[in-house]
Design a protein around this ligand. Structure first.
Ligand SMILES: Nc1ncnc2c1ncn2[C@@H]1O[C@H](COP(=O)(O)OP(=O)(O)OP(=O)(O)O)[C@@H](O)[C@H]1O
Length: 240
């Protein structure tokens, strides 16, 4: 039996005026898979996430979810179909308390029972003990976990994470990575992880795609990508 990929992007092209930021990217991800997306600065990773989530309509190509073409849908319509994201910088509200903002986000995402959804997510991310804290009083590692909580409300089926470990210590990064891996498995979420911390990407991804100047350079298991001479030359350098 042929398995139809749960999530696919076909021949994607994205231009910013005269700059071609994504130039023919084709990518297929199975349900529940964690896919790492890496590449040097300016490779097009954030642009790729913007095009998949509807923040930027592509010049050409298609985005499909569960066989449905969602390329022309607006951000909110995609979120309702289960496409969620986090941003490079945290998008939390510092003056609002933790539970309140996860509850509101859950309500907005039209979860069946927003309060139950919010409490369950906070518990899974070890944040429930801070439920009545002002978010701005949390440590930075906890704030990034709150970011992940906000992206997980309403049980999305696809989660696109743009550098969720940015600014974290090594211990905090490893901790967030383990939470992410467990949540992806338990909730059967398909994850696209853009991250500069290679240990995290290689440690939790099922497969890794490498972009260079908007084009796909390589795809494979973490071991295959580590060993790929093209990738080592273009990106990982002698540190690989
Ligand atoms: N709003 C914009 N207007 C014009 N060009 C842009 C815009 N945003 C990004 N670009 C260009 O598109 C290309 C891809 O940028 P993008 O931010 O997607 O790369 P990235 O791989 O996410 O980089 P980084 O790792 O630094 O976040 C770069 O050449 C960048 O300069």
């Amino acid at each position: 039996m042929i398995q139809v990929p749960f999530f696919s992007v076909r021949d994607l092209v994205v231009d910013y005026g005269g700059v071609r930021a994504i130039d023919g990217v084709h990518l297929e991800i199975n349900k529940g898979e964690i896919r790492g997306l890496i590449g040097p600065n300016g490779a097009g990773k954030s642009t790729f996430i913007d095009a998949v989530t509807g923040r930027r309509i592509p010049t050409a190509g298609q985005v499909q979810l569960g066989g449905e073409d969602i390329t022309q849908l607006a951000v909110v319509a995609r979120r309702m179909r289960g496409v969620s994201r986090s941003f490079q910088r945290t998008s939390i509200f510092h003056d609002m308390n933790v539970l309140e903002q996860v509850f509101l986000a859950s309500h907005q995402a039209q979860a069946k029972d927003p309060e139950r959804d919010a409490v369950a997510i906070l518990e899974e991310l070890d944040l429930l003990q801070y439920a009545d804290w002002r978010a701005g009083d949390l440590g930075y590692g906890q704030q990034r976990r709150l970011d992940l909580a906000l992206a997980l409300v309403g049980s999305p089926s696809v989660l696109l994470l743009d550098e969720p470990m940015a600014g974290l210590t090594v211990t905090e990064s490893r901790d967030l990575a383990q939470h992410l891996k467990r949540l992806a498995r338990e909730r059967n979420v398909t994850v696209l992880l853009v991250e500069h911390d290679m240990e995290v990407v290689f440690g939790i991804s099922d497969r890794v795609t490498v972009l260079e100047l908007g084009k796909p350079l390589a795809e494979g298991t973490p071991d295959e990508i580590r060993a790929n001479p093209k990738v080592r030359e273009a990106y990982l350098g002698s540190a690989a």
